[in-house]
Design a protein around this ligand. Structure first.
Ligand SMILES: *Cc1c(COP(=O)(O)O)cnc(C)c1O
Length: 344
């Protein structure tokens, strides 16, 4: 399949905005090109539009070439860039599974792209046959969320490969929670599938949700075209600095992920002893989906106690289901105490 055939014609011919900072020669010391205020305060200069330092560090951590990385103001911006590059409004469609992350539908709707969903099977696994049935020549994107939000499980690699092998459109795999999973990232498969796009984020395991930095990994060709439409300065100077600092502290990251996983195992064990918890779904993420006796009652009881969890009971296959994020040991202990109180 040729990626260039999937790109919208207006994007194919787009001449991107060339920012002042993109044109400067590397050994310049005096910057009189961008109408900035010359007095130093740490942020008086425009940030690096290519985020070269951050990408170099990420390339090393993720074991991938830097020119196969695109950064966005959160994964949400990256998904929006993907929609706007490949999907013709009112003509093309995208397919995802249900239930899944709510932003996909919002972004498709904003971009006026037909949004098709295919229900997961009862055990939250992919129904690949139905996904294939739902696709047609106007299907530009398949969006797969693995580990899936809100169910928490990884989706089967063999099934995802069948969708990649269709070669009818791009397959976006949202790996927001991959750092908590035992399986390896789809990044390792990028050279085998030209139509694969992997999205990750610094918002979850890396603990940087407030900075708004998402990552996209794909072929050079895909990254290049996405880069032509991204806002030039989409990652601000403070975020770039803070990300670089955090990425250099990998031991801290690893320790926190281990601590969260240990807490998750403990919480799963303890929740199973509570009568009000009817079912605990297996989780490859930093949250647990549980079915309970009475969603509204438990939700409001916990809220009264100062704990907010996510009511997912309106989602397909999630009747009576609540989604609980793993907190600190103290927070998790308090949650269990409150559940004891709820039951008595
Ligand atoms: C939290 C989450 C994200 C992260 O979005 P950001 O914009 O990077 O914070 C992406 N996808 C899923 C499924 C998520 O749950």
């Amino acid at each position: 399949m040729k990626i260039s055939n999937l790109i919208r014609s207006n994007i194919k011919t787009l001449i991107p905005y060339s920012s002042a900072r993109e044109e400067f020669s590397s050994n310049a010391k005096i910057f009189l090109d961008a109408n900035e205020n010359p007095f130093e305060n740490g942020v008086n200069r425009y940030p690096d539009p290519h985020q070269s330092a951050v990408k170099a560090k990420l390339a090393q951590i993720k074991n991938i070439d830097a020119d196969k990385i695109l950064l966005g103001n959160g994964s949400d911006e990256i998904l929006d860039l993907i929609f706007r590059t490949f999907c013709e409004p009112k003509i093309d469609n995208v397919i995802t599974h249900n239930p899944s992350y709510g932003m996909y539908k919002v972004l498709a709707t904003i971009n006026d792209i037909e949004f098709r969903t295919v229900n997961l099977k009862e055990d939250f696994t992919l129904d690949t046959a139905k996904i294939m049935e739902a696709s047609d020549v106007r299907t530009k994107l398949f969006i797969i969320c693995s580990p899936n939000n809100p169910s928490g499980n990884m989706l089967d690699n063999k099934e995802i490969k069948k969708i990649l092998d269709l070669e009818t459109g791009l397959v976006v795999i949202d790996e927001a929670y991959i750092d908590f999973a035992k399986s390896v990232s789809w990044i390792t498969e990028l050279d085998n599938y030209k139509n694969l796009i992997v999205c990750q984020t610094l918002s979850k395991a890396w603990g940087l949700a407030g900075l708004r930095v998402g990552m996209c990994f794909a072929s050079k060709e895909i990254i290049k075209v996405l880069s032509t439409i991204k806002p030039p300065y989409n990652i601000n100077e403070l975020s770039q600095k803070a990300v670089l600092k955090a990425l250099k502290e990998e031991p801290l990251f690893n320790a926190q992920v281990s601590a969260i996983l240990k807490e998750k195992a403990k919480l799963e064990f303890e929740l199973a002893t509570h009568k009000c918890i009817k079912r605990i779904y297996p989780s490859d993420a930093n949250f647990i989906l549980v079915k309970v006796d009475d969603v509204k009652k438990m939700y409001h009881f916990l809220l009264e106690k100062g704990i907010v969890i996510r009511d997912r009971s309106k989602e397909y296959l999630c009747e009576n289901a609540l989604r609980i994020t793993i907190g600190t040991p103290v927070e998790n202990k308090y949650l269990l105490q409150c559940l004891n109180e709820y039951e008595s």
